[in-house]
Design a protein around this ligand. Structure first.
Ligand SMILES: *Cc1c(COP(=O)(O)O)cnc(C)c1O
Length: 304
């Protein structure tokens, strides 16, 4: 199995691995006999943050110097991480962005960062974007961007190499917690994490998208990466707040309060929903007294 810190060329980027595990005293948990740990994957690397490091590192090794082409929305953490990797490693990168209407307009701060890191941006309409794994659509994109021969990483970065790269996240938490919780987009991080945990440990995924499709995706990712299901994991689909990038005043207030209590910069697209969900579950009595819950801090807020 590829260990990200053993990827040639990537160790020069000095990832902080294993990432720190920090206990936080939070009376909302301690009152219920629960311990809260933060797995600080946000500290692995200042630009290839969190699970983006774990998922990209094996892919960057596999790209072996070729152009890396990948996909994302206008605020994608994955696109920014790929662009940063391209700059740091001297790899050409192409970002295929959902939303033809964005072409020719001023770039938002996230895409502006991608462009500043040297990523070539290619905007496609939503219908084509949806069909991006269709070989003919992909071939057309590669042709139009002049990137034939590129190493293609799927949207969100979740392929077999990425899922295997996230096994180490679980391994780093062996014996440390009873429940390890992570926010999910594609589910690739959960798929690998669950496979790396030890006996008796369970992984909880909190999807930030609506839809209820994720458990099938996680199973498919595990089957592709490991040949079958691995680990003991479940999903709680109640904390998407209306869908990707949706928020409410209550969620914002919660995140601000968490930042003030714990001095942790709370990434809003994923980490805020995870932490909110864990607190709600703790308050409902979903975890037995004596449970240690580790929340994976998969990212950090983007500062333009
Ligand atoms: C990309 C991302 C995720 C989602 O990871 P998946 O492997 O797609 O489920 C979670 N948290 C943060 C901060 C992310 O940037």
């Amino acid at each position: 199995m590829t260990s990200p810190d053993a990827v040639p060329g990537l160790d020069a980027l000095r990832p902080r691995l294993p990432s720190p595990v920090q206990e936080r005293a939070d009376e909302r948990f301690t009152r219920r006999g629960l311990r809260l740990l933060l797995k600080r994957d946000d500290l692995i690397h200042p630009e290839l943050i969190g699970n983006k490091w774990r998922k990209l590192a094996p892919n960057l090794a596999a790209a072996d110097g070729r152009t890396v082409l990948t996909f994302g929305g206008a605020y994608s953490n994955h696109l920014r991480a790929t662009a940063a990797a391209g700059r740091l490693l001297g790899l050409p990168t192409v970002g295929v962005v959902r939303g033809h209407e964005l072409a020719g307009r001023p770039l938002n701060p996230s895409l502006a960062r991608c462009a500043a890191d040297g990523m070539r941006l290619h905007f496609v309409d939503r219908a084509a974007y949806r069909r991006k794994s269709d070989p003919r659509v992909l071939a057309a994109v590669l042709r139009e961007t002049g990137a034939e021969g590129a190493y293609v990483v799927p949207e969100g970065g979740s392929n077999t190499a990425a899922v295997r790269g996230c096994v180490a996240l679980g391994e780093e938490l062996r014996g440390r917690a009873d429940v390890v919780a992570v926010a999910c987009g594609t589910g690739g991080t959960l798929a690998g994490l669950a496979a790396g945990l030890g006996p008796g440990q369970r992984a909880l995924g909190v999807p930030v998208l609506r839809g209820g499709f994720l458990s099938g995706e996680v199973r498919a990712l595990q089957t592709a990466a490991f040949g079958g299901p691995r680990g003991d994991w479940w999903l709680d689909e109640w904390f998407h707040f209306g869908g990707y990038a949706r928020t409410t005043p209550e969620l914002d207030a919660f995140a601000q309060d968490f930042e003030a209590r714990h001095g942790l910069p709370v990434e809003r697209l994923y980490v805020a929903k995870l932490l909110y969900g864990l607190l709600a579950l703790a308050e409902e009595g979903a975890f037995a007294r004596g449970t240690t819950v580790a929340a994976v801090v998969t990212g950090a807020p983007f500062a333009a």
